[in-house]
Design a protein around this ligand. Sequence first.
Ligand SMILES: Nc1nc2c(ncn2[C@@H]2O[C@H](COP(=O)(O)OP(=O)(O)OP(=O)(O)O)[C@@H](O)[C@H]2O)c(=O)[nH]1
Ligand SMILES: [Mg+2]
Length: 452
Amino acid sequence: MMRSSDTDTIVAIATAPGEGAIGIVRLSGPQAIFLSDQCYRGRIRLQDATPRTLSYGHFISSGQDLDEVLASVMYAPNSYTGEDTVEFNCHGGPFLLRRVVESLVILGARVALPGEFTKRAFLNGKLDLSQAQAVADMIAAPSELSLQSAYFQLRGGLKKRFNTMSESLLQVAMLLEAGLDFSEDVQIDIDRVRISLQHTLSEIELLVSSYHQGKLIREGVLVALVGKPNVGKSSLMNRLLEEDRAIVTDIPGTTRDTIEEAIDLEGIRATLVDTAGIRETTDPVEREGARRSRQFIERADLVLFIVDGSLPPSPDDEVLLTRSDLSAGFLVLNKSDLNIHSDWNTFLSAKRIVISALDGSGIPNLRQCIRERLIGQTVLSTEIITQERQMLALKQGQDGLLHALESLELGNPGELIAMDVRIALDALSDIIGETTADDVLDQIFSTFCIGK
Ligand SMILES: Nc1nc2c(ncn2[C@@H]2O[C@H](COP(=O)(O)OP(=O)(O)OP(=O)(O)O)[C@@H](O)[C@H]2O)c(=O)[nH]1
Ligand SMILES: [Mg+2]
């Protein structure tokens, strides 16, 4: 249902804050075109302009010619919000753009809340909730894969899947309910119901399991480089960044604080952390550095335990490696250009990778191993769940279907089974936003930027 606040005409700067070549002010709502014509002077009025073309003119503020602009008009429902919309392309000055917005507010528009344009698009049925969230993901996408998956969602890829699942569940629910109402006339085909439920269940399970991948892709990962001093952590950091970021010397204890930099790792955004070498020492600065390094071992999604492979394992290596959970990462034998010492062959480790940070050998393999460890060997699908909200709703759906299947095997009455199927259906509707409560919607859209 439309609320009065949804029929206001709203206005906001749609481009990023700061100076730019062009700044766009967007107006949406029933008065958008009328209000715009009050402050636009061109060859023709905007209400007579051809929709979705650019009209050249001047923006007039309190009788004063403020800027040369290009304006475009879009009529409901053929606009982003589904409402009448006007966009002014102005010069991209922050002060100027604020003046344009103020002028429109004086005439009766209201400053848009964060995400309000997209919320209107959702309320007007232009996007479902999974698509609306994809808009935010598109803008925030830090890497190739996150962009691809957000775009897939935006184009309705997930929506289509959810709709197909919902339709099939609805049919099953109706079949089960009919079986109850007319139990003597209608023979429920138990097998058909079972197969249909199992099919939807496995689709839901697949999507739930994609969440971990989706979260990594969307948010990026933290990769910590740890080891005793002088093994080549900073050299590896620089090698992966392809720049001389961290100081490298032959003096053990060179890195004393942590250094973080982000890289694109085969489509995933990874934040690399070069840490201070960990060894027994009385130097308070080094001890604090080592304490921080250990914290990163806990926090990181993946740890590269680096050793100087040209030397036999030292007590400091052994303390670190035996105290750490190596399954959280890889043992990286560095300095392979000096030949790897045979004592490492007997060193137990889940997975070892041989590299030389100096000459770069083994680095492509290391990158590939990191990627595989993080997201598996499977070819990445863009059909992934990236939002916790979607994942929790799908889990609810999964529970509902598991119950329904159990109930079916127990020979329970159709109506009882249908209740569980309806739980799954509700969960799916919640994802696409059909039944999502107003406060939840407000909370989702308030995380968007202003003007979106
Ligand atoms: N031969 C050879 N030398 C390397 C390699 N990687 C690093 N080194 C050298 O090892 C020394 C220490 O390198 P760093 O990258 O500073 O080592 P680190 O682990 O960051 O050391 P701290 O910051 O002191 O903990 C430097 O002299 C590097 O040039 C390698 O692959 N081969
Ligand atoms: Mg270092």
